[in-house]
Design a protein around this ligand. Structure first.
Ligand SMILES: [Zn+2]
Length: 377
């Protein structure tokens, strides 16, 4: 009896394929996981004015995103109570082109004052470009054509993107070949609906990818350490706490009031990620607000309700220059466009009737994400 009518070509089948990529036991490096996270991030970052995911990505964009994932990971792994601080392997064999490229770049620019990849990209543009070239070549040769194979088969079953001919085993990608497609390299065409599906599933997929990635690195390096320590090193917020200057400037900007409850900031304060870091690893100034500790702790990993989104979008619009100036002074990233694109993308993919949002201390509500979207137009 034919069961075609029962086949689900959308959500469930897509999710199943994603899980398969994440759970693939024969993995020898973390590159596929990095590529998958890069795809998730870019689908949010490059969303359109309505928050819809793009239909195309490029190898250049993917390479830059992969570099930003490895940047914190190539630092020595320091643990409390341990005298050694090893560099962590990300691949079984000895050649690790992508990670080595990021590590080399970081080792060159960090002593010269580049405390983040964002600063490194501005101040060392040429070296940054060469680093991304290397990563882009490697991505095009290895994980990109192979991400969508199943089991031990070499056959590609596209479900996220379809590269077409000219990719895969024995294909060599030089910088020249990549640039012959344009400054951003070859287009990676996403299959219809795939980008939006990635964004929608991202709250489930991201923590899973991080977990598998952490376990693989633990295994590769035989680090005797709590999984949480390692995970924080690989994916946590930057080790460097927000500087006093950043805190003070945000305090001035908010007239010494909590961003959320508007009470005076007399006690302990926290720099809060408006879009929670579990949703998007965005440390740009536009995503940072100053809150009293009790608001920050209570909000935790919840999305803010539309009333706060209105307030936040207004701040980012109305105080754009002041924010950019604070970013410059405190060596913090500034990316208003990207920050708002990610926020739009997240709210646009929430179920219309469902997601609990934070509306103040001890207040969680079911709000219409459309109200948040309207504020960000
Ligand atoms: Zn507050």
């Amino acid at each position: 009896m034919p069961h075609d009518d029962l086949m689900d070509t959308g959500g469930a089948g897509f999710a199943e394929r994603l899980l398969e990529v994440i759970d693939s036991g024969r993995r020898t490096a973390t590159y596929k996981l990095a590529l998958l996270l890069a795809l998730l991030d870019l689908c949010a970052l490059r969303s359109d004015a309505d928050g819809r995911a793009p239909t195309d990505l490029t190898t250049r964009d993917l390479a830059e995103q992969v570099a930003s994932l490895y940047w914190p990971q190539v630092a020595p792994f320091r643990r409390e109570g341990w005298s050694d601080a090893p560099y962590l392997r990300q691949i079984r064999n000895n050649r690790s082109l992508i990670v080595d490229a990021v590590r080399k770049f970081r080792a060159e620019v960090e002593p010269a004052g580049a405390t983040s990849l964002w600063i490194a990209r501005q101040r060392f543009a040429s070296e940054y470009g060469k680093t991304i070239d290397r990563i882009e070549c490697k991505l095009a040769e290895e994980p990109l054509p192979r991400l969508q194979t199943v089991g031990t088969s070499e056959t590609v079953f596209p479900f996220i993107y379809d590269l077409g001919p000219g990719w895969g085993a024995n294909q060599h990608f030089s910088v020249k070949r990549l640039r012959s497609h344009g400054p951003k390299g070859p287009v990676v065409p996403l299959l219809p609906g795939a980008g939006d599906e990635l964004v929608r599933l991202s709250p489930l997929i991201r923590p899973l990818v991080e977990l598998h990635w952490t376990r693989m690195v633990a295994q590769l390096n035989r680090v005797a350490t709590g999984e949480e320590d390692l995970r924080r090193h690989l994916f946590g917020a930057p080790r460097i706490a927000p500087s006093k200057m950043l805190r003070d400037e945000l305090r001035d900007l908010q007239a010494n009031r909590c961003f959320y409850c508007d009470e005076r900031l007399d006690g302990l304060t926290d720099v809060d990620h408006f879009i929670p870091r579990v949703r998007s690893a965005n440390d740009a100034i536009e995503n940072l607000v100053l809150a009293d500790r009790s608001c920050n702790r209570d909000k935790s990993d919840l999305l803010a309700a539309p009333s706060f989104v209105v307030h936040w979008a207004e701040r980012n619009r109305g105080q754009a220059e002041a924010l950019a100036m604070i970013a410059e002074m405190s060596a913090t990233e500034s990316d208003r466009e990207g920050t708002m694109a990610v926020a739009r993308s997240i709210y646009a993919h929430l179920p219309p009737d469902g997601t609990p949002m934070w509306e103040g201390r001890k207040q969680v509500v079911r709000a219409d994400p459309e109200l948040a979207l309207a504020a960000m137009e």
